[in-house]
Design a protein around this ligand. Structure first.
Ligand code: FES
Length: 572
């Protein structure tokens, strides 16, 4: 295949003319023939005034460009979609696949020999890795990095675990308007991604263990000079990857995905990451099996003491040695021979990393924070295709619980009734939200963290069993069952639940059961509305509703997955 400026010529029926025209236009920007003869490294520009998690992207691009040029390449930045969690309607998940399509096609459309993907906010790195897996052009990620923390009345705040905690206190009347306003101004004190082990931090860690970023890329704070030096090294590495033809199919192997699942458990990572990893792996022809992931969780303990499962923040993980400190402990459970973008194997990266003694953020394998992995997979007549719970951040007493269902039919129904003084609800009930899945909402919002009804919050109730086909922010916590498959809008059993039915959750037994006779469920099923198909809408919404897969398949579009699917490799 041609390389550099000759790559992927625009179709005019005359390749020499296509190249002549391309060079004529690019010279308008001042490029010389010498510059245009170099290997071209594309750099995605995901800066947006709507994306504070990406506020440092311009400085990162400058550093990456410096690295590319020092190594003899030509850096070319180009824009792609940027998604921020709070500025994406209806949800960021609805746009993730659009960003993946955009990024993949722009990598294909333009003459890049390698690409540096700069992402950070929750859906951006997943979308970029999905694009890299499909485009299979040499690719390397540099995350924007986590925010630093700030304190409020002497207490350290973390976005967005403490966003939810303080909001719950405000709802319960525990703090007043003045204090919640002060907290609002202190939760996100610097540029960068949420600094707890939420989805952004989890995906940055997963990118590093997958081998798609340089070592230390996950934890260096967004505003530290180290991150900009790492960006420079990322640019130089991209040029080396062109020379060595290091493509995503060599890095993102079945063994690398197994390593990623091990790390997902060990860091107490976000439930969202399981959906993203499933989608990325599927594009490489690797199937992530939910029950295999659950079985892995019984062998892999949580080692990282970070919010929301623990007490520290990403800056502390960085001071403790970053993800390498975790990987060093996990060596017996990892495939160490997998290649990475650094040109070394994962095992060689770990061996070369500095050891930081006397830290209390990363526990040894023999003295974990939590004895098993952070996420469990549930099955039963309420979730025949599976559901997940982040049990490491749930109230232990609720992990085995039978209670009466209190059903909310939609997000609008939840908003209208959850705080009603006459809502018939007790702390032992099970809150159920449906029609909040990939198609039902649409976009599978992070609404699974149903608020505790105000009148129970005022009584001091902090956690209840909550079940939905929605997702939950990786920064949230509680006895929350998510990603119920199939979703209600596709006729899943969640659609059949009625207020007053009894539901049994048994996390140790991995069971989620609706305690209603099968004949009664069949009677209710006969009255259900037909599944959502999207034929009555147009544009991207039609594409999305017509093709988005369920959570257990990663919520990618059904036409993006190759026909041949390989199993995830077993743990070493
Ligand atoms: Fe961007 Fe949390 S809102 S990482």
């Amino acid at each position: 295949m041609s390389s550099g400026i000759r790559r992927g010529l625009t179709s005019y029926g005359d390749d020499a003319f296509s190249l002549f025209l391309r060079k004529a236009f690019i010279k308008a920007m001042g490029y010389s023939d010498d510059a245009l003869a170099r290997p071209i490294v594309g750099i995605t520009n995901t800066y947006s005034d709507f994306n504070p998690c990406h506020a440092t992207v311009p400085q990162l691009i400058a550093a990456v460009k410096r690295g590319v040029m020092l190594a003899g390449g030509l850096p070319m930045e180009f824009p792609t979609i940027s998604i921020h969690e709070s500025f994406a309607y209806p949800t960021s998940m609805y746009q993730r696949n659009l960003m993946a399509l955009d990024t993949e096609e722009m990598i294909r459309a333009q003459p890049v020999d390698a690409v540096v993907l700069i992402g950070g906010c929750d859906k951006t790195i997943p979308a970029q890795l999905m694009a890299a897996a499909s485009a299979n052009v040499p690719a390397i990620v540099i995350p924007t990095g986590p925010m630093l923390t700030r304190t409020h009345h002497g207490e350290r705040l973390g976005a967005c675990t403490d966003c939810r905690r303080f909001w719950a206190r405000f709802r319960a009347g525990d703090i007043d308007q003045q204090e919640i306003d002060a907290v609002n101004s202190r939760l996100a004190p610097t540029a960068g991604t949420c600094m707890v082990m939420g989805t952004a931090s989890t995906m940055a860690c997963i990118t590093e263990v997958l081998g798609m970023s340089l070592p230390d890329a996950a934890a260096i704070p967004a505003v530290h000079s180290e991150r900009f030096r790492l960006a420079e090294a990322t640019g130089s590495t991209a040029v080396a990857m062109v020379k060595n033809e290091v493509r995503p199919d060599a890095i993102m192997s079945a063994k690398a995905f197994t390593n990623a699942l091990v790390v997902l458990h060990a860091i107490g990572g976000s439930t969202n990451a399981l959906i993203h990893l499933t989608a990325i792996a599927a594009r490489r022809g690797v199937r992530i099996d939910l029950d295999g992931f659950d079985a892995l969780g019984r062998k892999v303990p949580v080692l990282v003491d970070l919010k929301p499962s623990g007490q520290h923040y990403m800056e502390h993980l960085h001071e403790a040695g970053g993800l390498n400190a975790v990987l060093r402990e996990l060596r017996p459970l990892l495939h160490l021979d997998v290649p990475t973008v650094s040109g070394r194997t994962l095992g060689e990266n770990i061996a070369a990393a500095e050891v930081f003694p006397k830290q209390d953020v990363v526990r040894p394998l023999g003295n974990p924070i939590y004895p098993s992995g952070g996420i469990a997979v549930l099955r039963g007549n309420l979730a025949p295709g599976g559901a997940v719970i982040k049990h490491s951040s749930a109230t232990p007493a609720l992990l085995r619980h039978t209670g009466r269902a209190v059903v909310f039919d939609s997000l609008a129904d939840l908003a209208a009734r959850v705080d009603a003084p006459d809502l018939d609800v007790t702390k032992d009930d099970v809150l159920v939200l449906r029609n909040a899945g990939p198609k039902g909402a649409p976009g599978m919002p992070e609404a699974g963290y149903l608020p505790i009804p105000k009148k129970l919050g005022a009584q001091g109730v902090k956690d209840m069993v909550r079940i939905s086909d929605a997702r939950m922010s990786g920064t949230a916590f509680g006895a929350i069952v998510l990603h119920v498959v199939p979703e209600a809008a596709m006729g899943g059993p969640l659609a059949l639940v009625q207020t007053g039915d009894m539901i049994r959750l048994d996390v140790p037994a991995r069971a989620l059961e609706l305690l209603v006779a099968p004949e009664e469920l069949e009677r209710r099923r006969a009255q259900l509305a037909p599944p959502v198909a999207g034929a009555d809408v147009s544009g991207y919404r039609r594409l999305y509703l017509g093709h988005v897969l369920q959570a257990d398949a990663g919520c990618d579009f059904d036409f993006m997955t190759p026909a041949k699917v390989e199993e995830v490799a077993p743990v070493a």
